[in-house]
Design a protein around this ligand. Structure first.
Ligand SMILES: Cc1ncc(COP(=O)(O)O)c(C=O)c1O
Length: 360
């Protein structure tokens, strides 16, 4: 092994997950959400590994430009749209579809005529109160965009769900009702469902699905993992043991002397820390896979290292160089996120720049 820590990216798992997503809504198209460096999986390589996606969604102009520069010719949607005339012109140059969520963006499009507008997605704020036209403003925005000359090649409708991961579905049903009421009679394809909308309790429907997390094989729900949804984890964060220490009973390990050996202990020092994106608040006991067997983290995560208790007989063969999986098949990233009191999205996005991504 030439590298210690690396994030191994399984292109086959990406494609498998796309197919599983398609089975949830046969006939719907899939806009693969690859913003934030494809949730840490590598923007360009993820898009290139998904030739079956109907389009890609990114948050920022720069992300879309990177995709075009790597030869991606599929439609690319800018989820936050544009904010200046210069950005609009750049978006046209790269043939991006635009989310329009604000009157300012309508004005920019109107002022840019006779520049031909791109395909547009009107975003409706049905309760998230983040981006989007309030329901009562939707018809006017639709009418103004429909009156643009030259006309946009398509005007579509979208909203984003705030609580689709929650089992009771109350907020989702309320959002769907607002969406239906505010768009009744308007023509245009519809996109509503993120991962939790695709796999959640309430049937969400729509012509276009917008999965991010599920593509990467991960579950957004409070319990279970992507495997329970038929998905396969795409990222495996792997490293190795770099030292083995004998720690006498009563001595402590690591910063803050937080973990104390209750008996003579064998401790493996592993090359991974918060400098690589591991959350510093992972508690002692968090599972770490050493040579495929789970052992408990002990003491604080430091910048470049963690300590793992390999005193149990089943870890007797652990030595310098033994491979370690921080998350992947087992433990799942969902398990680590729960241990750190966060969501798997944050862990995946936080994998740091010094961790090379290896596509397999
Ligand atoms: C507008 C929009 N659509 C879709 C997604 C994908 O969500 P998920 O990763 O939960 O599938 C996101 C992600 O945050 C988003 O902001």
């Amino acid at each position: 092994m030439s590298r210690l820590i690396r994030a191994v990216i399984d292109g086959g798992a990406l494609r498998h997950n796309l197919e599983v997503i398609r089975t949830r809504a046969p006939g719907a198209r899939v806009m693969a959400v690859v913003k934030a460096n494809a949730y840490g999986h590598g923007l360009e390589q993820t898009a290139l590994a998904l030739p079956g996606a109907d389009s890609f969604a990114v948050a920022r102009l720069e992300e879309g430009v990177r995709l075009r520069e790597r030869g991606i010719s599929a439609p690319i949607v800018l989820l936050e749209g544009i904010f200046t005339d210069e950005q609009l012109r750049e978006a046209r140059r790269y043939d991006f579809e635009l989310v329009v969520h604000d009157a300012l963006q309508v004005e920019l499009l109107a002022a840019a005529a006779p520049l031909e507008p791109p395909a547009l997605w009107i975003k409706i704020d049905t309760g998230m109160n983040r981006l989007g036209f309030r329901p009562e403003a939707v018809r006017q925005a639709h009418q103004r965009l429909g009156a643009l000359r030259p006309a946009p090649p398509a005007i579509r409708l979208m909203t984003h769900l705030a609580c689709a991961d929650e089992p009771d579905g109350e907020m989702t049903r309320a959002q769907l009702a607002r969406f239906q009421a505010s768009t009744r009679g308007l023509t245009g394809a519809v996109s509503i469902a993120n991962t939790a909308g695709i796999f959640g309790a309430v049937p969400v429907g729509g012509d276009w699905l917008r999965p991010g997390l599920a593509l990467y094989g991960v579950s957004p729900f409070a319990r279970g993992t992507g495997r329970d949804l038929g998905l396969r984890p795409v990222m495996s964060l792997e490293t190795a043991v770099i030292a083995i220490r004998s720690v006498p009973r009563g001595e402590t390990v690591g910063y803050g002397a937080l973990w104390r050996a209750q008996r003579d202990a064998r401790i493996a020092i592993v090359a991974a820390g918060y400098g690589d994106g591991l959350p510093r608040n992972l508690p002692s006991g968090t599972p770490v896979a050493i040579a495929g067997r789970i052992a408990p983290l002990c003491g604080r995560v430091s910048m470049d290292m963690i300590a793992v208790d390999v005193s149990a007989a089943e870890h007797a063969a652990v030595a310098v160089g033994t491979p370690v999986v921080l998350w992947g098949e087992d433990p799942a990233v969902e398990t680590l996120a729960r241990a750190a009191g966060t969501i798997p999205y944050e862990l995946l996005c936080a994998v740091s720049q010094r961790v090379p991504l290896e596509l397999r």
